[in-house]
Design a protein around this ligand. Structure first.
Ligand SMILES: [Zn+2]
Ligand SMILES: [Zn+2]
Length: 134
């Protein structure tokens, strides 16, 4: 699916224009559907000046906020892991305590790391390579 940043709706995969507002996705298309960069004034292939209007970029703030949240998540998780290892050594080896509750906590931490690794690194969804037949 392709996401339109103007009307915030989805169009079918491979769509050249938004189904709802008619904007193109991150490129400007001439009437013959040649693809041009979003700041092009004239079609590079046929010289047409009738280029489509692309939907606006997603705001920089969005990327900033998401990368900040990710950095926060990673540092918190790293801190928790270090604290966990220290506590594990203390409880299991020094105090000869029960290892099972510690293992459960370790398992949960592992799941959090797994969630991070499988975190979808989006951001390049708008520039899928599609060939246009002439
Ligand atoms: Zn739209
Ligand atoms: Zn053209």
């Amino acid at each position: 699916m392709r996401y339109c940043s103007l009307c915030k709706r989805l169009s079918r995969d491979g769509s050249l224009f938004c189904n709802h507002c008619g904007r193109s996705f991150n490129v400007r298309l001439c009437p013959r559907l040649h693809e041009n960069t979003r700041d092009a004034k004239v079609c590079a292939s046929c010289g047409s000046i009738e280029l489509s209007t692309p939907a606006p970029r997603r705001s920089k703030l969005f990327f900033l906020a998401s990368s900040f949240a990710l950095a926060l998540y990673v540092s918190t998780l790293a801190f928790l892991s270090v604290a966990y290892i220290a506590t594990y050594i203390k409880v299991v080896f020094v105090e000869q305590g029960a290892a099972l509750p510690m293992l459960i906590v370790g398992f949960l931490l592992g799941l959090l790391w797994l969630a991070l690794v499988s975190f979808p690194t989006r951001g390049s969804t708008g520039r899928g390579k599609h060939t246009i037949r002439k």
